[in-house]
Design a protein around this ligand. Structure first.
Ligand SMILES: Cc1cc2nc3c(=O)[nH]c(=O)nc-3n(C[C@H](O)[C@H](O)[C@H](O)COP(=O)(O)OP(=O)(O)OC[C@H]3O[C@@H](n4cnc5c(N)ncnc54)[C@H](O)[C@@H]3O)c2cc1C
Length: 493
């Protein structure tokens, strides 16, 4: 059934029970569902797995993602379940300390178990009214002028106005759309798992120190209650779909360490590669792609999940505007033009990091050079801002240095800026007291007399999009009136 079909069988918003179907309830899908619900979009999330994954891998949430959580009132929940660490050591695991004065109220990394991230985001989406159906694999997709028909593995067909494929690296939605996914196949494979060890701790620690001097892709660390997390690089993988066994771990540990440490009682075992690919298009008609469905790369720097959450933040309000009928021409397409270059940049920085992790003498020499360069604060800051995504600037054209960038969380007279953005609406910060967004009051909040301290916000007025990026900076009402329709559509009289 897959493909684009026309003409439409006629399905306006009122005749459909659901506005947007999201395939996949990973972090990207759950975050997107919540963002859409902020705007009363009727959302159905279809998840293939019947129960959430339970393996306890720790992932890192970077500064921009922590800021987004704060912007939606979720950060406390995450902080309770995670551990804050310095915002450093991301780039190819080079251990230079974080640069001074990072421009964020949340300048740290939050290490947090992956299942907790998934659970908190899913709970947030459900609290806001999203429906999540588990055990529902999307197997076919057909779209027409009015909507999308989605077929599930059991043959059930569902219809909505839009579909977003948040269904991970092997995305069925991307394949059904026929969207190209060019890039490089995996060259370096890694086994990862948690298990118990049969030798004393001192013996393990000595061996890990010895291997760590030359091999930066090997890691073995205690995870509590006698369990260790093991990461072992492997060569010569022929079948990546085949799940790894404990015997695979034993064999590769012997190759690298000369001993298998008597590993036993695995909690979970997995395998990942360093394939690097980017979808050619993020949108085909009424179907969009987000998260790993649109981009894959090695986990160096811990960026994939963060990137997916940030995709969802960029797409949510735009798709909601489309569903609600006020989206200006080009708004939904700006999801592709803004987010695809960001992903391309992440792919590139992971390619660079993989080179720096190589044991070849030339790569090691470049690594030493990069380590020296990182002693320069500006170089260090540039890379940390890149990996943590606070350096992202969308191309909104010429203008103020903040245009297209995210605004950091600043202290305002009425409280913290991000505290005023929980509803996912646009925001006009206005120190002139003369500006007006009267025709857009249903989409934009207007705050007059913003700060006491100019050091907190050194500009006269700024318009923020719901994702916190600066859409306009100025002080002139006519200038503002020219900028508003680009992001917020026509004024309502
Ligand atoms: C070892 C390792 C460590 C990592 N560490 C980090 C880190 O520290 N920080 C970081 O940012 N990233 C990290 N990543 C990357 C991160 O795990 C991914 O980028 C992230 O999971 C992507 O989220 P997603 O929601 O887009 O996709 P996924 O998490 O893959 O979720 C996709 C969901 O879609 C479901 N699904 C699939 N097919 C269908 C279908 N046909 N119909 C319905 N549902 C479907 C799946 O069951 C799944 O629940 C790491 C990855 C690895 C391998």
């Amino acid at each position: 059934m897959s493909g684009i079909r026309s003409p439409a069988p006629g399905a306006d918003r009122a005749s459909l029970a659901v506005d947007v179907i999201i395939a996949g309830c990973g972090p990207t899908g759950a975050m997107l569902a919540a963002e859409l619900r902020l705007h009363d979009v009727r959302v159905l999330v279809l998840e293939k797995e019947t129960v959430p994954a339970s393996f306890v891998r720790i992932v890192g949430l970077h500064i921009r993602s922590l800021e987004l959580m704060e912007m939606r009132g979720l950060l406390e929940r995450f902080l309770e379940k995670g551990r804050q660490r310095p915002a450093s050591g991301f780039f190819a695991a080079i251990t230079t300390p974080a640069p001074e004065g990072l421009d964020s109220a949340h300048a740290y990394l939050l290490g947090i178990p992956r299942p907790v991230v998934d659970r908190l985001l899913e709970e947030h989406a459900i609290e806001l009214g999203a429906q999540v159906r588990r055990g529902c694999a999307v197997v076919d997709v057909e779209q027409d002028d009015a909507g999308v028909t989605v077929e599930l593995a059991d043959g059930e067909q569902l219809r909505s106005r839009y579909l977003v494929g948040c269904d991970g690296a092997r995305s069925s939605v991307r394949k059904l759309l026929g969207v190209g996914f060019p890039g490089e196949p995996s060259r370096n494979d890694t086994l990862m798992g948690e298990m118990e060890m049969g030798v004393p701790q001192e013996e393990i620690a000595a061996k890990v120190r010895e291997i760590g001097e030359t091999n930066r892709r090997f890691s073995l660390r205690p995870f509590g209650e006698g369990v260790y997390q093991i990461i072992v690089p492997v060569a010569g993988v022929t079948d990546r779909a085949e799940p790894p066994t404990l015997e695979d771990f034993r064999r590769h540990l012997r190759t690298i360490a000369g001993t298998d440490f008597g590993v036993h009682s695995p909690r979970w075992l997995s395998r990942f590669g360093d394939a690097t690919r980017l979808a050619e298009r993020y949108r085909v008609g009424r179907v969009l792609l987000a998260g790993d469905a649109a981009h894959i790369h090695p986990p160096t720097g811990g960026q994939g999940l963060n990137l997916g959450i940030q995709d969802a933040f960029n797409l949510g309000w735009k798709l909601a505007a489309e569903v609600d009928g006020w989206a200006p021409v080009g708004l939904l397409d700006s999801y592709h033009t803004e987010r695809r270059p960001v992903a391309a940049d992440v792919l590139d920085n992971t390619r660079a990091q993989m080179e720096l992790l190589s044991l070849e003498p030339g790569a090691q020499a470049v690594r030493r050079l990069v380590s020296e360069l990182l002693d320069f604060q500006e170089v260090n800051r540039y890379l940390v801002e890149k990996i943590t995504a606070i350096g992202v600037r969308y191309d909104f054209g010429e203008g103020h240095e903040l245009l297209g960038r995210r605004m950091r969380d600043v202290g305002l007279k009425r409280g913290r800026l991000y505290g005023l953005m929980h509803g996912g609406r646009g925001l006009l910060l206005d120190q002139t007291g003369r500006l007006s967004v009267a025709g857009w009051a249903d989409r934009i909040d207007h705050i007059v007399d913003v700060v006491d301290d100019a050091a907190e916000l050194d500009l006269t007025a700024a318009l923020l999009r719901p994702d916190g990026h600066v859409a306009w900076v100025g002080e002139d009402q006519q200038d503002l009136l020219r900028a508003l329709p680009r992001w917020f559509g026509a004024a309502v009289s």
